[in-house]
Structure formats: structure tokens, C-alpha cells
Ligand binder design. Structure first.
Ligand code: ZN
Length: 327
């Protein structure tokens, strides 16, 4: 068995606001006078999780706060062997909250740019929008995304019971502007949410998608198309969507021929790193190094990285497989 922290990784589904170091959160909360209780071990439903999220986000107020969490994120990801990340950030929501639409995004871009250089981490940004929020805010998200070339995609997140239909026009314009589309679906809602994300949502990847197996036809079609699923096992268990890790559908998704990638989603909620997710796949599902490397390769393929970056990353994964085992 090889050292999984050394496996070169591509991380496709992680929310920047959920990567704040506990010490940093404490400091920011104190500075801004916010009471943030310690992280609970589990959440009683999606709303409890969303409320916790709002509290964390309210600790981010000034340019320096956003820059800091982005820089620290780069250091922490690089330490886990992540080589390329497509990190998600809810830019317009923060912009509206702090009364300056551009400030949070520009500060995060600065932090990622500096941190990425310092730690050798390649990165791109995805701007997400909660489905239960207004079309007007989605328009602002699109506007922000088109102003910065480092933003490569837009994604619809939040409770999947809210339809994507009101956002159809915004998504069409996003695609016309050259942005990629990646939506959360099939996490708490059933396969119909995945059909919608792939249909009117135009999704090129599915965030989660773990409920796809309830629909064999959709499963076969998605496997055939090669559209990747951003699977986040620990997140699913902590948020109560799957009873336990051994019961997680990850192995069945792989066996169904789907392009499965491994991600953390909400590290501050799960307490896991991307290396932990690979370690759990090894320990719980008995995956050998070749199978783990295949999950890493899938993420390279499913990323929106330039072809030369993908070629480099594939070589690095092969290099890891050729390295001496012995952990
Ligand atoms: Zn997510």
C-alpha cells in the first residue's frame, strides 16, 4: 500500500467557506463578535446544516478575511497532495451581505493566486448559487463569473426540491459566455433532480448524484456519456443522507460503470481531508492502489483543467503507482 497523502489529487467538489481552519474561524468570530459553537458531530437534517453554514459565512466580512481563508486553503490542500482544485465559492451571496458585490470574489481570487503560487497548487473557481435564492442573485453570480477568467463554471446548489426551471435563462447565457455548468443533484432528491440537472441545467458534471442508482436507465445513460459524479462519502454520512460509510453506494456507482470522483464537499462539517476520503475508500471498501489511482484519474478527466495540465497530472498519478509500496 502506498502513501495516500502522496497520491496526486484533483479535488472537484469543495466549498471554500467550509474549509476555514477551526483556529481561523475562532479568530474571525471573535473579531466580528459572532458566537460560533463547536462543530456538532452530526446534523439534524439539511436545514440544521444550512444554519451552521450561514453562521460560518457571517464571520467573513472584510477583504483580509476572504484573502486569508483562500491562502490557507491552498496551503492545506497542497499538504494533502492536491495538485489541482476547482473550488466553489458563493460570491454573490457574500457580496450582497457585505454591501460590495465584487469585494469577496476579488479578495478570494487574490488569496488563491498568492497561495497557489506559494504552494504549487493549480486552481480554478466555480461560483455557486442556492436554488432557493432569487433569479436576480443568480444573474449577479453570472455577471461576476464572466468578469474573471479564473472562474470557469457556475453551479446550482442548495436544497434540490427547488427546481432549476426559474434559472434556465441564466444557465443558457452562462453557457453562451463560455462557462461550464456543474450542479448539485441526486444528493437529497431522487433521480428526477439528476435528469433536470442534465436536461434544462445542462450539467457537465453532477455534484453528488448518489441517488442515480434508483433509475437504471439514467444510470446506464450517464455511464455511457462519461459525465462524472462528484461523490462525497463522508459528507453524505455526516449530513444523514446515507446511514453509514459501509452502506455508502460508492462501490455500486463504480461497478455501474459511472465515472466516480472522490471529494470532501464540506470539510469543516465532516472533519475530513481529501486524503482521508481516499483512506476511507481503502479501509471501508477494500480498494487497492490501482482502484484508488483510477478515482484520481477520473477526477483529472472530469476537470476543466487545460489539456497540458491534465497530461501532467496523469503522469504524476502513474508516477505514484510506480513508486515503491510499503505504508
Ligand atoms: Zn456541495
Amino acid at each position: 500500500m502506498r502513501d495516500l497523502s502522496a497520491l496526486p489529487k484533483v479535488h472537484l467538489h469543495v466549498h471554500l467557506e467550509s474549509t476555514i481552519r477551526p483556529g481561523t474561524l475562532k479568530e474571525l468570530a471573535a473579531v466580528h463578535g459572532v458566537q460560533v459553537p463547536d462543530r456538532p458531530a452530526a446534523f439534524d437534517g439539511f436545514r440544521a446544516f444550512a444554519d451552521r453554514n450561514s453562521l460560518t459565512r457571517s464571520c467573513l466580512r472584510e477583504a483580509a478575511d476572504f484573502e486569508r481563508i483562500a491562502r490557507e486553503f491552498c496551503a492545506d490542500e497542497a499538504a494533502q497532495g492536491t495538485r489541482y482544485v476547482e473550488v466553489t465559492f458563493t460570491a454573490a451571496s457574500h457580496g450582497e451581505r457585505v454591501g460590495d458585490l465584487e469585494l469577496p470574489l476579488e479578495s478570494v481570487l487574490k488569496g488563491l493566486s498568492e497561495g497557489g503560487k506559494e504552494h504549487g497548487l493549480h486552481w480554478r473557481l466555480i461560483l455557486d448559487h442556492s436554488r432557493r435564492r432569487s433569479v436576480d442573485r443568480a444573474e449577479k453570480t453570472l455577471e461576476l463569473a464572466t468578469r474573471h477568467e479564473e472562474v470557469i463554471a457556475i453551479g446550482m446548489a442548495g436544497e434540490e426540491k427547488h427546481s432549476l426551471a426559474p434559472f434556465r435563462e441564466v444557465l443558457v447565457r452562462a453557457r453562451e459566455a463560455g462557462l461550464h455548468l456543474v450542479h448539485h443533484a441526486g444528493e437529497d432528491a431522487g433521480p428526477e433532480s439528476i435528469r433536470e440537472a442534465l436536461g434544462i441545467g445542462g450539467a457537465e458534471r453532477i455534484g453528488h448524484g448518489i441517488r442515480i442508482l434508483e433509475d437504471p436507465e439514467l444510470t446506464a445513460r450517464t455511464a455511457e456519456s462519461g459525465i462524472a459524479l462528484e461523490v462525497c462519502p463522508s459528507s453524505n454520512v455526516t449530513l444523514g443522507l446515507v446511514p453509514s460509510l459501509p452502506e455508502h453506494p460508492l462501490p455500486r456507482l463504480v461497478e455501474a460503470g459511472l465515472k466516480v470522483t472522490l471529494n470532501t464537499d464540506v470539510p469543516d462539517v465532516t472533519g475530513t481531508t481529501i486524503t482521508d476520503e481516499f483512506t476511507r475508500a481503502r479501509e471501508v471498501f477494500g480498494y487497492a492502489d490501482e482502484a484508488l489511482a483510477q478515482l484520481a484519474r477520473n477526477a483529472v478527466d472530469a476537470s476543466f483543467a487545460p489539456e497540458e495540465t491534465k497530461a501532467l497530472l496523469r503522469k504524476e498519478v502513474e508516477g505514484w503507482l510506480k513508486s515503491a509500496a510499503g505504508v
